[in-house]
Design a protein around this ligand. Sequence first.
Ligand code: HEM
Length: 84
Amino acid sequence: MTADEAYIRESILNPTAKIVAGFQPLMPTFQGLINEEQLLQLIEYVKSLQSQAPVQEARPTLEGPRPGENTPAGAPPRGKKKDK
Ligand code: HEM
């Protein structure tokens, strides 16, 4: 599943439609609680979070883990930003 705008919109308005593996369907719907403008703002906010948690690209295993890298799914260490 790609977390595109349509998916984020659905996740906010109809959170039980698609559940991320390992999560319970606990999220309440925001349908009727927020207007279109607020929804668009939330979508923009969620999109802005994605670039801070990039999916780690494949790299040679000989390199070994980076300092502090032993988190689930190989998430990069907190506070260490990839240079752009
Ligand atoms: C404005 C408030 C919120 C926004 C914008 C929001 C947005 C989202 C989005 C975009 C996802 C999908 C994440 C993904 O696919 O990686 C998600 C999942 C989830 N949310 Fe929220 N959420 C909000 C409030 C809440 C609240 C209040 C709860 C619980 C009390 C909650 C519980 C969950 C849970 C358990 C999931 C994972 C299960 C699933 O995929 O539905 N969220 N949320």
